[in-house]
Design a protein around this ligand. Structure first.
Ligand code: NAD
Length: 260
């Protein structure tokens, strides 16, 4: 269904971004990967996606802490492919600290990457989408775009900001065949989480199940992690023509977390 379309996914060298890239490639979209990581691993990932789904896969190493780089990445994608149909703002970082001790440079970096980078890519992509009369913008926010947890002031503020940006852009592009939505995951199964389980189990002397259910998934009623495949499937649906009327929405994928 996405054949002939071009998708740029930020922070897609691992985790949720890679899951979304995979789902969009499966739908037939040409993919622009972005993110940090080892050059050999990234080119192996790109080659594997291209081969498995028979689509073009490029990689742009833009550091999205810099607004200019974010805009240049979009310009380069449009220059290379002549279009941009799907923009997924997914790159993000976290830092956990009481507000009074929160390192100022961490606050600034989290606002820059988790919020401002999405502004810069959207700003650069919307003219081409308007000219084409179609487009799909998705911002990967978080359950923390809807509710807070202590010690995550920068992340929660940025993710709430992402929802504000999402709704505003949605209203601006609503007549032009473009939608802008936020995906709000709860805890998602990534290699990073797997490592956390082993460490926490050792540190607290708990078994794996107790760590997962009582510590990591304390707020997630399902007591299971969402998967990157589930997030990818939602992104693929939002990219499809049948999602044309979903606009300005914040869609939780959180096992019931934000229903509480
Ligand atoms: P991850 O660490 O696996 O992926 C983050 C991606 O961002 C990586 O590709 C990384 O290279 C990239 N990145 C980091 N700094 C960058 C920079 N300066 N410029 C460009 N790219 C950069 O994490 P993830 O869990 O897949 O998270 C992806 C998104 O999902 C984030 O926005 C995160 O806040 C959100 N999220 C994750 C969870 C979860 O449980 N994993 C839950 C809710 C929301």
């Amino acid at each position: 269904p996405l054949g002939g379309q071009v998708a740029v996914i930020t922070g897609s060298t691992s985790g949720i971004g890679l899951g979304i890239a995979r789902a969009l490639a499966e739908g037939g979209a040409a993919i622009v990967l972005n993110g940090l990581g080892r050059a050999d691993e990234i080119s192996a990932t790109a080659a594997e996606l291209a081969q498995q789904y028979d689509v073009a896969v490029d990689y742009d190493p833009a550091n999205l802490l810099l607004g200019e780089s974010a805009a240049e990445m979009i310009a380069a994608a449009i220059e290379r492919h002549g279009r941009i149909d799907i923009l997924v703002n997914n790159a993000g970082i976290q830092h956990v600290s009481p507000v009074e001790d929160f390192p100022i440079d961490r606050w600034d970096a989290i606002q820059a990457l988790n919020l401002s980078a999405a502004f810069h890519t959207i700003r650069a992509a919307v003219p081409a989408m308007k000219a084409a009369g179609m487009g799909r913008i998705m911002n990967v926010a978080s359950a923390h775009g809807l509710v807070a947890s202590p010690f995550k002031s920068a992340y929660v503020a940025a993710k709430h900001g992402v929802l504000g940006l999402t709704k505003t852009v949605a209203l601006e592009v609503a007549r032009q065949g473009i939608t802008c939505n936020a995906i709000c995951p709860g805890y998602v199964w990534t290699p990073l989480v797997e490592a956390q389980i082993e460490d926490t189990a050792r540190a607290r002397g708990l078994d794996r199940t107790r760590v997962i259910e009582d510590v990591l998934l304390a707020a997630q009623p399902s007591k299971r992690f969402a998967t990157v495949e589930e997030i990818g499937a939602l992104a693929a649906f939002l990219a499809s023509p049948m999602a044309a009327s979903i606009n300005g929405a914040a869609i939780p994928v959180d096992g019931g977390w934000t229903a509480q």
